[in-house]
Design a binder for this molecule. Structure first.
Ligand code: BDR
Ligand code: CA
Length: 310
C-alpha cells in the first residue's frame, strides 16, 4: 500500500476528503498532521479525532501542528464551515486525544520512515509543511508525490479577489513550500469550481445507510445550505477533488505545467498564486495544475466513501 500523510484543517470538505482516503485500499493513511485554517487549531484537531472515531479509524495517529500562520494573523473560514468547523451541530467530544509529537516533527519522521514512497496531501494552509522545511530542507527529496489543494491559477480567488483561502491564510508558508518542492500536483480553486456536485445527487448519497453518511449529512448541512444560497445548484468540495487527484491520478483529463510563485506583498494580491504562463522568468515548472478530472470518477469516489462501513 502507498503510505499517505494528510496535512489538513477539518473543515467540512476536508472531512469528505479524509473519508475518501480511509476508503481507498491502495493507500494507507499513516498520519494526519493538523493545521489551523478553516477554524482554530483546537477545533481542527478535535474534528480530525472525531472523524477518525466515526469512521472507526482510531488507529490513525493525529498530530497537532501550528496554531497560527508563520507571520501575520489571518481570518478563519468559520462563516463557511461553522464556528466549530463541523457545522455547529453539537458533537460530543472525541474520546481520543492527539499525539504529543508536533505535526512538523511527525511529518519529518514519517518522511524518513517511508522515504521515497510517501504521498503527501495538503488540504489546508501550508504552515506545518513550511515549518518542517525550515527544520529540514531535504524533506522534498523523500516525498514521492505531493498534492496541494490551493491557489487560484487564473486569479479567481475565494478569500480575496486574487487569493484562494489555503494560500491566502498563510502566504509566507505557501511561498516557502512552493520554492522548496520541485513538483507540486496542484488542485486549485478554479478546478474546484469546474467540478461542481449537484445538490440533489449529494443529498441522495447522504441517504446511504452508514454511520459515515449519517455523520457527514449532519456536519455538512449548514455549509450546503450556505452554498446553495450563493452558488446555486452545484456544491463545490475543494479538498475532495484534490483527494480524488491524489488517490487516482489517472482520472486527470487535462493538466498544465508551469512555474508558480506566491505573492506575499501585494496590496490587492497578497496570497495570489502567480503563474508564469509564458515562462518569462526562466524558472523551472514547479507545478502541474489540474484543469479537468473525470467527473464520474470523482463522484464515484465520493459516493463510495460515504456508503462505506454501512
Ligand atoms: C480551501 O479552503 C478551505 O476552506 C477548504 O477546506 C479548502 O481546503 C478552499 O479554498
Ligand atoms: Ca481544507
Amino acid at each position: 500500500k502507498i503510505p499517505l500523510v494528510i496535512d489538513t484543517d477539518p473543515g467540512v470538505d476536508d472531512a469528505l476528503a479524509l473519508l475518501m482516503a480511509f476508503n481507498d485500499d491502495r493507500h494507507q493513511v499513516v498520519g494526519l498532521t493538523i493545521a489551523a485554517g478553516n477554524v482554530g487549531l483546537e477545533h481542527t484537531v478535535r474534528n480530525a479525532l472525531k472523524l477518525c472515531e466515526v469512521a472507526a479509524r482510531d488507529e490513525v495517529p493525529v498530530f497537532a501542528g501550528c496554531a497560527q500562520p508563520l507571520l501575520y494573523p489571518a481570518e478563519d473560514a468559520a462563516y463557511v464551515h461553522g464556528r466549530d468547523g463541523f457545522g455547529d451541530v453539537g458533537l460530543a467530544a472525541p474520546v481520543r486525544q492527539a499525539e504529543a509529537e508536533h505535526a512538523a516533527l511527525a511529518l519529518l519522521r514519517l518522511s524518513h520512515q517511508y522515504a521515497g514512497e510517501l504521498l503527501l496531501v495538503a488540504l489546508g494552509p501550508l504552515t506545518n509543511i513550511a515549518l518542517a522545511l525550515k527544520l529540514d530542507p531535504t524533506l522534498p527529496s523523500r516525498i514521492k508525490r505531493f498534492v496541494v489543494m490551493g491557489g487560484a491559477i487564473t486569479a479567481h480567488g475565494n478569500m480575496s479577489a486574487a487569493a484562494e483561502f489555503n494560500i491566502g491564510f498563510d502566504p509566507e508558508a505557501a511561498h516557502i513550500v512552493f520554492e522548496a518542492f520541485p513538483a507540486i500536483d496542484l488542485a486549485d480553486w478554479e478546478a474546484t469550481l469546474a467540478h461542481g456536485l449537484h445538490h440533489r445527487k449529494v443529498e441522495q448519497w447522504l441517504q446511504a445507510d452508514s454511520p459515515r453518511a449519517r455523520f457527514y449529512e449532519q456536519i455538512s448541512l449548514q455549509t450546503r445550505n450556505w452554498s446553495a444560497d450563493r452558488r446555486g445548484e452545484y456544491w463545490h468540495s475543494a479538498d475532495a477533488l484534490a483527494m480524488a487527484y491524489a488517490l487516482e491520478p489517472d482520472g486527470a483529463r487535462q493538466l498544465v505545467e508551469r512555474p508558480v510563485a506566491v505573492e506575499m506583498a501585494g496590496r490587492l494580491t497578497r496570497g495570489a498564486t502567480v503563474v508564469d504562463w509564458n515562462r518569462q522568468h526562466g524558472r523551472p515548472d514547479n507545478c502541474r495544475a489540474l484543469l479537468e478530472y473525470d467527473q464520474d470518477r470523482f463522484e464515484a469516489l465520493i459516493h463510495r466513501a460515504l456508503a462505506a462501513g454501512g
